[in-house]
Design a protein around this ligand. Structure first.
Ligand code: PBG
Length: 328
């Protein structure tokens, strides 16, 4: 017979709110959030995208107001995505000095100094005619020439004043190519947060409407990690660490909590999680129907991502979560 004395009374520590606060294990602050910001070239006024609820594409002229709001919510960082007017085979609009993201970065740097961390996406899919994250050679996505272009994008963003570049193209060696280029040009202080274990996921569809970056043929299976391969995801993270990354990422987040936990256990480096557009849309959609409480479900999901081991979360809920944390 197993001894059952004394009865384990876990309910003692749950008896009132102050007691529960005292023993709370996982905490969450606005400092854990990174807020995505979409900026579109030649845009006159904000555009909404159905599948992304309250997230909008902004014209450059609205960027200061948006960042002000994010900063006032005590969110420490933004992640910029650009939507260019012109796409071409080389993804030129991604690395020109007067590109939309480069302009947004300098504007924010000029108006906010060091009071917000500016991160920017480094990828090609919004900028290439093919909608692929790398450059084409024939019908295949060419790894090494893509890396050269990714490094050029990162360099142009560094010149504009970015703090952290965030490559999401999933080319092998992209971190190394970017690190070497930045260092060579004197930008040793610009950091890299790589989308290290970025999976081939159906949770990205709303983002593709938002950023207008759906592949025009085929899919991203030849470069993004299959969701069936957790060891391969760890090898991706390990490679990025060996190439000099500063922050690694697991993406998406909610269906990949096991990988966040595993990465946390294995690696000695800050871990970010990207709670992607489809995760946001699921909650927004159900809430709109009145089926769930949006604030409560958002909070439960974001806490679960932190509990799994994420040090910071890129999420479309950033502003809503920060509001909730600031005024519970
Ligand atoms: C493309 C990119 C994607 C996302 C971020 N960067 C889409 C894709 O790989 O097709 C998805 C983010 C989201 O769904 O919120 N480089």
């Amino acid at each position: 017979m197993t001894s059952s004395f004394p009865t384990r009374r876990l309910r003692r520590l749950r008896k009132n709110e102050k007691m529960r606060n005292l023993v709370q294990e996982i905490t969450f602050s606005p400092n854990d959030l990174i807020c995505p910001v979409f900026v579109q070239e030649d845009l006159k006024s904000r555009i909404q995208v159905d599948s992304m609820a309250e997230i909008e594409r902004l014209p450059l002229s609205d960027i200061t107001k948006e960042v002000e709001e994010i900063k006032n919510l005590k969110i420490p960082a933004i992640m910029l995505f650009g939507v260019p007017t012109k796409k071409d085979d080389a993804g030129t609009a991604a690395f020109v000095d007067d590109g939309i993201v480069q302009k947004a970065i300098s504007e924010i740097r000029k108006n906010f100094g060091d009071s917000i961390v500016i991160m920017a996406d480094v990828c090609l899919c919004q900028y290439t005619t093919s909608g692929h994250c790398g450059l084409l050679k024939g019908n295949h996505i060419d790894n090494d020439s893509s890396n050269e272009t990714l490094a050029k994008i990162a360099l142009s963003q560094a010149r504009a004043g970015v703090d952290i570049v965030s490559p999401s193209a999933m080319m092998d060696g992209q971190v190394k190519a970017i690190r070497e280029r930045l260092d060579r040009e004197g930008f040793t202080d610009v950091g890299i947060m790589s989308h290290s274990a970025k999976h081939r996921s159906s949770f990205y569809s709303p983002f593709r409407d938002m950023a207008s970056c759906a592949p025009q043929f085929g899919d991203r299976k030849s470069y993004q990690v299959p969701f069936t391969n957790p060891r391969e995801a760890m090898r991706e993270i390990e490679s990025d660490i060996n190439e000099g990354v500063d922050i690694v990422m697991v993406k998406p987040a909610l269906a990949y909590l096991d990988l966040i936990a595993e990465a946390k256990r294995r690696f000695n480096i800050p871990i970010s999680a990207y709670s992607v557009s489809g995760e946001y849309a699921l909650v927004k959609g159900a809430a709109k129907q009145g089926w769930i409480n949006e604030i409560d479900v958002m909070s439960e999901i974001l806490f679960s991502i932190k509990r799994a081991g994420a040090d910071m979360i890129v999420t479309y809920f950033a502003k809503m979560m920060a509001k909730q944390l600031n005024n519970p």
